[in-house]
Write a protein that binds this ligand. Structure first.
Ligand code: ADP
Ligand code: MG
Length: 251
């Protein structure tokens, strides 16, 4: 590990009414890298992501990003600092068009949290519109830009949510199972897209259960089981680790 660490999760614990969802979590992510977090269902992966983005307060420990302590800040502030996330279940505006959905995060990055009256000026935002159209082309959704988001397939919704993150130009992108519910073809398209983002230098933390995705993308892997990191390292080392096999077979 060099001193290029941009995200540092330091001794984080999270308890839910007696349940130790996370214990002793220490995690360092280097700038520009893709760091995968894998582990069986219920391991605490989504909880860890929610602690990083400020949706959950850790019971102990801290999250540090680029030297700033994030713990105690609101999700909106953490987003403004440069962290964007794709949730396990997409959070979108189903009654708005795909294009408007992608424009909104850019608008709220500039003007503050989304308010309904922002809708009135959406069509006059030509620069943001152009940017949204370019990103939609990147993710393969340009042809669907006038479709209501609620009418998209599950895979397309995930792609749109990724576009909603990319337009924010985050320094750190967090992805919770970005290929969940996708066909093999859509999964491969998403892998290619994430590789393209990587070549632009964006740091990523990706939670994924699909090993094909993990080994196609990850520079480093942390394995969570029972709320603890049981293995951490380069993909080949993690793949061969007997504790990892056991956690998966046991999970
Ligand atoms: P993963 O994403 O690895 O499948 P989660 O982080 O969703 O796992 O969950 C880890 C554990 O914490 C599970 O046992 C889950 O039931 C529990 N858990 C998650 N969120 C909450 C919550 N808000 N309240 C109580 N228990 C929770
Ligand atoms: Mg999860």
């Amino acid at each position: 590990m060099t001193d290029n660490v941009v995200l540092h999760v330091a001794d984080v614990h999270k308890n839910f009414a007696g349940l130790h969802a996370l214990s002793d979590i220490d995690l360092s992510v280097e700038e520009g890298q893709t760091h995968a977090i894998i582990g069986p269902n219920g391991a605490g992966k989504s909880t860890l992501l929610n602690v990083i983005v400020g949706r959950l307060a850790p019971s102990r420990g801290a999250v540090i990003f680029d030297g700033m302590v994030l713990t105690g800040r609101k999700p909106y502030e953490i987003n403004q600092i440069g962290i964007a996330r794709v949730f396990q279940t997409p959070e979108i505006f189903p009654d708005l068009t795909v294009l408007h959905n992608v424009m909104i995060p850019a608008l709220s990055k500039r003007d503050g949290p989304f308010r309904l009256n922002m809708m009135r000026t959406l069509d006059s935002e030509t620069a943001i519109r152009q940017e949204a159209e370019d990103i939609l082309a990147d993710v393969g959704l340009h042809e669907r830009r006038t479709t209501h988001a609620g009418a998209l397939s599950r895979g397309d919704k995930r792609r749109m949510e990724l576009a909603m993150c990319l337009i924010q130009k985050p320094r750190l992108l967090l992805l919770d199972e970005p290929t969940a519910g996708m066909s093999r073809h859509d999964t491969n398209t998403t892998i290619e897209l994430l590789k393209k983002i990587k070549s632009r230098g964006m740091t990523k933390v990706i939670i994924e259960h699909d090993m094909h995705v993990v080994f196609s993308l990850a520079d480093r892997i942390s394995v969570l089981a029972g709320g603890r990191i049981i293995a951490e390292g380069l993909p080949d080392a993690v793949r061969g680790d007997p504790r990892v096999r056991e956690a998966y077979l046991g999970g």
